[in-house]
Design a binder for this molecule. Structure first.
Ligand code: GFB
Length: 301
């Protein structure tokens, strides 16, 4: 039974086991429909984990909302079309907790995705992902498939994009602390550190999705999170401690904090996988930093 992962060299895709064939950018340009269909027909997978996307942190999304919308809509439509043509039995697609409405009653639950506009900073990416949720549901309705979406919270780990300008907060801060320590410079951090986030280690996301394929037969989305909120300031303190940075820290408070918080309700996940476990944030950051320091400068940045 052929199983493939799109985004196979990326943050999440790279964490799936060897029973999955990893598709990277060099194997198929998923923004091109004909190429995507011909690759999927050739591989004839039964299972597709669609983890590929054009992603970036808050500041990247604020700069290029149209790119994030168009690229991800094209990728997602091509993967869904190619999966149908190739006769894929199970497609699991990745949404994100950042696509939920900005004004919403907390905690976030799977039913609330479309109940209001997303945070303005993330408009393009959020609507592209919301359209994929709709596309999976309409495909199930019309073709009788039981495909589903997962909704992970902010994911971090090895093989991430450590770009200081366009990466997500954890990889961007690891790289910034590294540069400040090596160059004996002041560490300049965007925002004021007050935002709260739930972070999940990429290896845990892959393990959970792998188990959901075997244990979940419904078609409504499933939130995947630790439900443990931590402030950006606390995250920075752990990274600074683990990287032994002793210099000054300057908060660039004129820069946006993005969404203040996105606390999620994971009772659905726990009802499907009651014994689900998560890597602690300190351990996860330690492993990510060790990987970064061992692989620098050969990391995505
Ligand atoms: O990971 P991040 O960019 O994404 O986190 P979001 C942004 C938060 O981290 C804001 C603070 O509160 C920033 O002020 N922050 C501090 C930094 N230093 C940095 C830094 O150097 N880089 C970045 N990027 N942030 C994203 C969405 O929102 O969530 C994406 O924009 C994606 O589309 C992702 O879905 C999961 O959590 O704010």
């Amino acid at each position: 039974m052929a199983k493939i992962v799109t985004g196979g060299n990326g943050l999440v895709g790279s964490q799936f086991g060897s029973q999955y064939q990893k598709l990277g950018r060099n194997d198929a340009d998923l923004t091109q429909k004909d190429e995507t269909i011909s690759v999927f027909k050739a591989l004839a997978p039964d299972v597709v984990i669609h983890a590929a996307a054009e992603v970036g942190g808050l500041y990247s999304n604020m700069k290029w909302p149209d790119d994030y919308f168009i690229q991800n809509v094209n990728i997602n439509n091509n993967v869904i079309k190619a999966s149908r043509v190739a006769g894929v039995k199970k497609l699991v697609a990745f949404l994100s907790t950042c696509i939920f409405p900005d004004v919403v009653e907390y905690p976030l639950t799977e039913q609330k995705i479309h109940s209001g506009p997303p945070h303005s900073s993330n408009y393009g990416y959020a609507y592209a992902k919301r359209m994929m949720d709709v596309a999976i549901q309409t495909h199930n309705q019309q073709y009788g498939t039981n495909w589903f979406c997962v909704i992970p919270t902010n994911i971090y780990g090895v093989n991430d994009n450590f770009s200081v300008a366009d990466g997500h907060v954890i990889p961007a801060l690891i790289h910034k602390v590294f540069q400040a320590r090596e160059n004996k410079e002041v560490l300049k951090v965007p925002g004021n550190g007050s935002a709260l986030r739930e972070f999940i280690f990429a290896r845990d996301v892959a393990a959970i999705v792998d188990r959901l394929i075997e244990n979940y037969t419904d078609t409504t989305p499933v939130i995947i999170s630790t439900s443990h909120e931590i402030s950006i300031k606390e995250i920075l303190e752990i990274i600074v401690e683990l990287m032994n940075y002793k210099g000054k820290i300057e908060w660039l408070t004129e820069m946006s904090n993005g969404q203040h918080r996105k606390p999620s309700d994971t009772s659905k996940l726990k009802s499907i996988l009651p014994d689900v476990k998560f890597t602690g944030i300190y351990e996860g950051l330690k492993e990510t930093i060790q990987w970064f320091e061992a692989n620098y400068p050969g990391v995505r940045k």
